[in-house]
Design a protein around this ligand. Structure first.
Ligand code: PEP
Ligand code: MG
Length: 572
């Protein structure tokens, strides 16, 4: 009998493969008396040996698949496991205190971790992280439990997890990871957004994926309908194979539009841009006919590593994107860390409400060293293409003015030292906080453009955490409250002769697109993999008709009424 879990369709497509549980095991340790300490020491040494062999294999694979930079992390881990300053005290503890190896290892490691973490020295703090990582592996061996090694996956799998952090998702190997499903998360959590750009079908928020799915179970992830089937019948597998083939056929149809402009049936042009996270995403922007990069989420440059990227590293990344886009617009968003995107090495205190906390521009205006380094890298790269700079999470005009003033300072100082900087760099803001949407008319006098960040704008307007599947019904892009805010922003921009784009997930949503076209949105920025479908849709719509529809739905009472009106209008 197959079982079905219902969740949130987070990334389109169908995947069928064996389950791989990416779940942290329970590593709780109890203190026990060791009667035979030499046996205990031998057990510890064996766990150490197996851990080293495992790490060596992971290191070699990382070197081959990801390059020497990533492999170096594991070299550091291997060194920790050979360090007598860590190993000897553990063996002494077993012998002198007659305790079990697990306890001796945990106590000793925790002592070093605490010591290093308290030092005011980045290098030492990194060592603390290394020790935490490697001792987890040795401990797992001692306890006889398995820690997952996603980088060692070498067959097609579907990942099963409680949740995936954005950096977990970034490390998924597309060759083998065919899909994923998680217990928690929403459509606009960053792992869902990344799954869409990686074209990995995903269903999130199933609540019980980890409880219901075992390693090796056959799983179907239906990212179109938000369903997960566990150990399906052969008939169901055949049905899904057919759906998969149909979807691929549909994609082949859309692919014919790759070099076409995006014009509505009556000749109104809009720009279809892509959201990217790394220069590597450009390939997909091109193969999907992206007319611009509407959002470069630069925070991914800062993630999956243990220190801040240098100015030069950033310069290279920005230059690569600008050159790669060959003069087409590239909107680079300055660092938006916080919320579900953490940087452990910044050592920021845990917050009660991270999405309402010390995030994005708030952090950058406070930690100006980090901000200025990024701005200098951007300014230096500006002469290699068509750069536009965008500040995230702007809540007040004062924040925008401060950010802009810092940008100007860095620009002047670079020019004075003889660095070539582009003459005109448009500077805009994300509109993702309701206060800014409401004040859009005032902002429009000072910014060059708006990009509406509906992922956050909806969560803040509806007071519904975008990561929490229990309130995901309040993610309502078609709610007239949201549509009215969107209209205010677009109208305010146009009144001042500025352009308005949207880079939240709503911009690529099939039901929202007709309304946004009607409201006069100039630029739609979405996962590259959604562009061709959006182009195909827009080519069949009439802008004046959609304008009439948009004006009509603004006075409706509920999101459902709006959806019905759109469906009726588009079906005509
Ligand atoms: C948004 O909030 O809509 C947005 C595009 O930014 P992010 O998803 O990175 O918060
Ligand atoms: Mg946002």
């Amino acid at each position: 009998m197959s079982t079905m879990l219902k969740g949130i369709a987070a990334s389109n497509g169908i995947a069928i493969a064996k389950a791989y549980r990416l779940i942290e095991p329970d590593l709780k340790v109890e203190k026990q008396t060791a009667d035979n300490t030499s046996e205990e020491t031998a057990r510890f040494q064996e766990a150490l040996k197996v851990s080293k062999e495992e790490l060596q294999a992971i290191r070699d694979k990382a070197d081959k698949d990801l390059g020497p930079d990533k492999a170096a992390i594991f070299d550091a881990h291997l060194l920790v496991l050979s360090d007598p300053e860590l190993i000897s005290p553990i063996e002494d503890k077993i012998k002198n205190e007659q305790v079990n190896a697990e306890f001796a290892l945990k106590e000793t490691a925790d002592m070093f971790i605490m010591m290093f973490e308290q030092m005011d020295n980045e290098y030492m703090k990194e060592r603390a992280a290394d020790i935490r990582d490697v001792t987890k592996r040795v401990l797992a061996h001692l306890l006889g439990v398995q820690i997952p090694n996603p980088s060692m996956i070498s067959e097609e799998v579907i990942i099963i997890a409680e949740d995936l952090t954005p950096s977990d998702t970034a490390q998924l190997n597309r060759t083998y990871v065919k899909g994923f499903t998680t217990n928690i998360g929403g459509r606009t959590s960053h792992s869902a957004i990344m799954a869409r750009s990686l074209e990995i079908p995903a269903v999130v928020g199933t609540k019980e994926a980890t409880a219901s799915i075992q390693n090796g179970d056959l799983v179907i992830v239906d990212g179109l309908n938000g369903e997960v089937h566990i150990n399906p019948t052969p008939e169901l597998v055949t049905k899904y194979e057919q759906m998969h083939a149909d979807y691929e056929k549909q994609k082949a149809e859309w692919a014919k539009l790759v070099n076409e402009k995006t014009v509505s049936a009556d000749g109104h042009h809009v720009e279809l841009a892509a959201n990217i996270g790394t220069p590597g995403d450009l390939e997909s922007v091109k193969s999907n006919g992206g007319e611009a990069v509407g959002l470069y989420r630069t925070e991914f440059l800062y993630m999956g590593r243990d220190q801040l990227p240098t100015e030069d590293e950033q310069f290279e990344a920005y230059k690569a994107v600008l050159e790669g886009m060959e003069g087409k617009p590239v909107v680079v968003r300055t660092l938006d860390i916080g919320g579900d995107k953490e940087l452990p090495y910044l050592d920021l205190p845990k917050e009660m409400n991270p999405f309402l906390g010390f995030r994005a521009i708030r952090l950058c205006l406070e930690e100006q060293g980090i901000f200025r380094t990024q701005l200098r890298a951007l300014l230096r790269a500006s002469s290699y293409g068509n750069l536009k700079i965008m500040f995230p999470m702007i809540a007040t005009l004062d924040e925008f003015r401060q950010a802009k003033a810092i940008l100007e300072e860095e620009k002047q100082s670079l020019i004075e030292s003889g660095v070539k900087v582009a003459g005109k760099i448009e500077t805009g803001i994300m509109v993702e906080i309701p206060s800014t949407a409401v004040m859009a008319d005032t902002f429009a006098k000072e910014v060059d453009f708006f990009s509406i960040g509906t992922n956050d704008l909806i969560q803040y307007t509806m007071a519904a955490d975008r990561m929490n599947e229990r309130v995901s019904y309040l993610y309502q892009p078609y709610n007239p409250a949201i549509l009215r805010l969107v209209k205010m922003v677009i109208d305010a921009a146009h009144k001042e002769g500025k352009w308005a784009g949207m880079c939240g997930e709503m911009a690529g949503d099939e039901t929202a697109i007709p309304l946004l076209l009607g409201l006069g949105l100039d630029e739609f920025s979405m996962s590259a993999t959604s562009i061709l479908r959006a182009r195909s849709l827009i080519r069949n719509l009439s802008q004046p008709e959609m304008e009439e529809l948009a004006n009509r739905v603004l006075s409706m009472s509920t999101a459902d009424e709006v959806v019905q009106a759109v469906q009726a209008a588009v079906a005509k």
